[in-house]
Design a protein around this ligand. Structure first.
Ligand code: SF4
Ligand code: MSK
Length: 672
């Protein structure tokens, strides 16, 4: 009988096989003891659909879903697979792929739009909660948005009033989502060679919303049935994300909340404190979390927490809201995407406040088993479970909303009802790098460009640059591919720029400290990091901050000596454990910006070999970048290194050489 019951019990995750992180292993065990299922268990109990994984299931009309599995033994001769309407596997895979781009681009861009709306409120001085914090960044953004920063008065050029500039920047920025004609203004920030490629390929976005809407139209039943034409629109929407919605989100956030500069903090579940009120902020948009951080530091609020028996308030973050409040305020990161349920299972989470994206609905079920208050705050992101509170955030009463949320957490401190079990693991991290701070650390004191970075790439101390980003995926061992890829890269002298959950994973593994260079890096990168005092893995922020990688790469091109376009650089992109549609949009704008881009796990194109081949090889002819897929993390990193070496050879810098300080004439010779 006992055996029968055991056989019927749902299969549970093996904590060691599920994650490389000891803190997460401990919490998975704890959840299983308490009979609470987590994403790790559910991944054991539900296998993915093999046809969906390959991208060849169409459900775009009710004659389907039409599934087009690959014949056993692969395609021999003509590929005759088709859906009821005749759609081929290539059409179906391309439609599905660009719908993922639309999903991802809309998420980033709608985030950007919300920030632009708050920015407008601040520019109009309709709120005291937000104001312009970084005027230098405002002036730089004004230039990129073609807003005058000076005025002519009586034949004299004078600085224009900052409030006036801010208002015009707000209007110009908002216009980018829906202007009736022209092209996105930020496209001109790209290297000229890349801009010319976009022109030639006919993929310059007209406005952000239009490109996303057009994907939904083109992929409707019976519209675009040419995979090349479909991916062309995917390219246009992805560029609208990277060089539009995401870039505007990053810039406007920097102006409102401050441009990040390196600071020290910690990461992993061990940042939570048993004797403090633990308030965890999860999601992506920092407009509310910025105010929560300010409110939670007020002396009277801390006193209030003490009056309830707590020693203070411990704020921490999950996913990209974590990255946002980390890079500007040093708030520690509690968890990556896959650890979100585990943070509640500690029994010490007094409140978790969520905004948008990457929030698992099962948080509500887990919260029910504890005293945790789960609070949704965004009008577009509610949950059906009745234990979830909804406090709708509005920038006009942001401080009141934040106070209400912080007080709910404090009042809940005394209601803890399960034994608290916080894992001890946490690691030190240095975060908050960006285009400006990389220039400061690696740009040379006098030149104000990326001169020193380029010089170190040319002389071979730094072999190349990698952008390693993206999510966790419960179909792979949590954090294993992230950390293996990054360690293999830095061991081979490739400096890594990281964002999103990869950044949190790297922080948890201790890779975001200058000291890690001595342990994990090849001799060249180690020397550079030790000389300059930076980690070999630079934390550039959240998912929308992948736009910082685009601009950093552009700065490298501008500094000279490494070609004329991003695609000439010894550089590559990677998302070892991706899961979200946003990752596909990011991957595609990386490709369209000239990066060789490798994804782990799987790509939803494998069931349509011709389409897969097109995005792997043909796109390289258009943009210099291409997609690749490699689940094995060592091979994944080696593919990136091989690409970097190929680019070094093409640039004529493949021979190891001693450090030579090159002047502009030497650089021009190299470019020729
Ligand atoms: Fe099937 Fe065509 Fe309808 Fe897709 S659009 S579900 S392939 S009939
Ligand atoms: S949070 S999109 S799981 S990186 Fe930006 Fe992490 Fe991926 Fe969400």
């Amino acid at each position: 009988m006992a055996e029968e019951a055991k056989a019927k019990a749902p299969k549970l995750a093996d904590p060691i096989a599920a994650t490389i992180d000891p803190a997460s292993q401990e919490m998975i065990r704890r959840a299983q003891e308490l009979n609470i299922d987590t994403v790790f268990d559910r991944a054991e109990q539900m296998k993915p659909c093999a046809i969906g994984v390959q991208g060849i299931c169409c459900k775009n009309c009710s004659m389907g879903p039409c599934r087009l599995p690959l014949p056993k033994g692969g395609i021999v001769g003509e590929d005759t697979r088709k859906g009821l309407c005749g759609a081929t596997a290539n059409t179906i895979a391309a439609r599905n792929f660009i719908r993922m781009i639309a999903g991802g681009a809309s998420a980033h861009s709608d985030h950007g739009r919300s920030v632009a709306e708050v920015f407008m409120t601040a520019a109009r001085k309709e709120t005291d909660a937000y104001r312009i914090k970084d005027t230098n960044k405002l002036l730089a953004v004004a230039e990129a948005l073609q807003v005058d920063t000076t005025v002519e008065v009586d034949g004299e050029t004078k600085d224009r009033d900052i409030d006036e500039i801010a208002l015009e920047v707000a209007k110009k920025a908002m216009n980018e989502w829906g202007k009736p004609e022209g092209e996105l203004l930020y496209l001109k920030r790209a290297p000229q060679a890349l801009y010319d490629k976009w022109t030639k390929a006919g993929v310059k976005p007209r406005n952000i919303d239009r490109e996303i809407v057009e994907i939904m139209h083109r992929t409707h039943m019976g519209v675009d049935q040419d995979y090349k034409n479909l991916i062309k629109q995917g390219s246009r929407a992805a560029i609208a994300d990277g060089w539009g919605g995401s870039m505007l989100a990053t810039d406007l956030q920097d102006i409102l909340f401050g441009t990040p500069y390196p600071l020290q903090s910690e990461a992993n579940l061990g940042v939570m404190k048993e004797d403090h009120v633990n308030l965890i902020i999860h999601g992506h948009e920092p407009v509310l979390s910025e105010i929560i951080v300010a409110v939670a530091q007020r002396p009277e609020i801390i006193e209030y927490a003490k009056s309830k028996g707590a020693k203070g308030i411990q704020l921490s973050g999950i996913c990209c809201t974590a990255n946002e409040i980390l890079q500007r305020h040093g708030v520690p990161s509690a968890a990556t995407f896959l650890q979100q349920e585990l943070a509640i299972i500690t029994g010490a989470c007094d409140a978790m406040v969520v905004d948008i994206q990457c929030i698992m609905q099962n948080l509500a079920n887990v919260a029910k088993c504890f005293h945790t208050k789960l609070i949704t705050t965004h009008p577009i992101a509610k949950m059906e479970q009745d234990n979830v509170l909804h406090i709708e955030f509005d920038e006009h009463h942001a401080v009141e909303d934040a106070e209400k949320i912080v007080k709910i957490a404090i009042d809940n401190f005394q209601n803890r009802r399960t034994e608290v079990m916080i894992p001890r693991q946490k690691a030190t991290q240095i975060a908050g790098f960006g285009v400006e701070s990389i220039q400061y650390h690696l740009g040379g004191t006098f030149r104000g460009t990326y001169y020193t970075l380029n010089d170190n790439i040319i002389n071979g101390r730094i072999r190349g640059i990698a952008g390693v980003v993206g999510c966790n995926n419960a179909r792979t061992r949590h954090n294993e591919a992230h950390i293996t890829v990054v360690k293999e890269l830095i061991k081979n002298d490739v400096i890594v720029l990281t964002t999103g959950c990869n950044a949190i994973a790297c922080a948890m593994a201790g890779l975001l400290t200058p000291e890690s260079a001595g342990v994990y890096c090849g001799p060249g990168l180690k020397e550079v990091c030790e000389t300059v005092g930076i980690p070999p893995v630079l934390h550039l922020g959240s998912c929308v901050d992948n736009s910082r990688i685009l601009l950093a790469a552009t700065e490298v091109v501008k500094a000279g000596g490494l070609g004329k376009d991003i695609s000439d650089l010894p550089a590559a992109g990677s998302a070892p454990e991706w899961m979200s549609e946003k990752a596909i949009s990011i991957g595609h704008y990386f490709v369209c910006s000239g990066f060789y881009t490798v994804f782990g796990v799987t790509l939803p194109t494998s069931g349509a070999p011709v389409f897969h081949d097109y995005i792997s090889k043909e796109l390289e002819k258009q943009f210099g970048g291409m997609w690749d897929i490699e689940p094995d993390p060592i091979k994944h990193a080696q593919l990136m290194i091989a690409h970097i070496d190929r680019k070094r050879k093409e640039l004529g810098i493949d021979k190891a050489r001693d450090r030579v300080l090159m002047d502009m004439a030497d650089r021009q010779k190299l470019e020729a």
